[in-house]
Ligand binder design. Structure first.
Ligand SMILES: [Zn+2]
Ligand SMILES: [Zn+2]
Length: 332
């Protein structure tokens, strides 16, 4: 044919055709397989009307693009949350392509796609590519003065993550502080989204060995999660409907490990965090994990009681003396 075909993934010359849609092409079987697992399986049939241009009304193409964008975005987010960074790339790339087709090359709507691409590359250890995508996102944001807090919070969070990975701890801290500011403006200071920002900031302080700051941040995070989960439990929500639920697990488990090994033993804090984890796993219906952490809660509460008992035993003489004094005082 006179038209040269290009690979869906790498834009090199293509020799294979998808037998499902006949409108998508690949340079080799590896790229076909990677795209199929990554996103194509979900969107194969949706591409036919878009690429054969059989759409009768322009309105229909808008609806189709919206559908494609939603699918690619959620697929990339899910795969990143599950730690499948390589598989997330085709979905994130196609998300960027569709957003560019719909909104143009410098629209603020492209930022979420750039951030997902940066996050997937950070996960893969390709920090150079991650940096490129983040600077493209930053450039778009700079050109959009009316950019909202939500986008700014997400941009600073991604930049903070990258700078942490690069070991630029001071600028990582600045980005996370900005992330927390914008997240608090958008969702409130006590929201679990701002809370995740506090956890990321704390992780920088852990690297710097500033334990008093870590301790106070962790205590604030534990408190926020505890009241959030208590509310969820009260409203009988069956599942924790939060896209970051893998992160919550990591956050609370890291804090539990920290407070259990901390030189300043804070049993009340151990019980609070373990109780939060037991509520989280209960809400997810994971009874095995619940029973494992319930033991921690119970033994913590036991030792809290034991602490009270030993206090009473140690100070029996003093208490008796006080009682005697009071009785004596009354009788006088
Ligand atoms: Zn290719
Ligand atoms: Zn196909």
């Amino acid at each position: 044919n006179s038209t040269t075909l290009f690979c869906e993934l790498c834009q090199k010359r293509a020799y294979l055709e998808c037998t499902g849609c006949h409108v998508t092409f690949y340079c080799d079987e590896d790229h076909q397989q990677a795209d199929w697992v990554g996103i194509h399986e979900r969107i194969c049939q949706l591409l036919i009307p878009i690429r054969t241009q059989t759409l009768s009304q322009t309105g229909r193409s808008e609806i189709l693009y919206k559908k494609l964008i939603t699918i690619c975005k959620s697929e990339a987010e899910r795969k990143i949350a599950e730690g499948k960074h390589q598989e997330a790339l085709p979905a994130a790339q196609f998300f960027l392509r569709c957003s560019t087709d719909v909104n143009g090359p410098s629209a603020v709507q492209l930022v979420p796609a750039y951030l997902l691409l940066a996050e997937a590359n950070t996960g893969l250890g390709d920090l150079v590519s991650a940096m490129e995508f983040l600077s493209q996102a930053e450039w778009v944001v700079l050109k959009s003065p009316d950019c909202g807090h939500e986008i700014l919070h997400r941009l600073h969070r991604s930049q903070g993550r990258l700078h942490t990975a690069l070991g630029y701890l001071e600028s990582a801290r600045k980005h996370f502080a900005n992330d927390i500011y914008h997240a608090s403006e958008e969702y409130g200071a006590d929201s679990i989204i701002s809370c995740e920002g506090y956890f990321l900031l704390a992780s920088v302080f852990v690297k710097e060995g500033k334990m008093p700051v870590v301790r106070s941040l962790y205590s604030q995070i534990a408190q926020t999660w505890h009241s959030h989960l208590t509310k969820l439990l009260k409203s009988h929500v069956e599942n924790v409907q939060n896209p970051d639920q893998v992160e919550v697990d990591k956050t609370l488990t890291a804090i539990l490990e920290f407070v259990q090994c901390d030189v300043i033993a804070d049993l009340a804090q151990v019980v609070l965090v373990a109780h939060s984890l037991s509520m989280l796993w209960f809400l997810r219906g994971d009874s095995v994990k619940v029973s494992s952490v319930t033991e921690v809660v119970k033994s913590g509460q036991r030792s809290q009681r034991v602490t009270l008992k030993t206090f009473v035993l140690k100070h029996t003489a003093l208490i008796l003396l006080l009682l005697a004094y009071f009785y004596g005082f009354i009788y006088l």
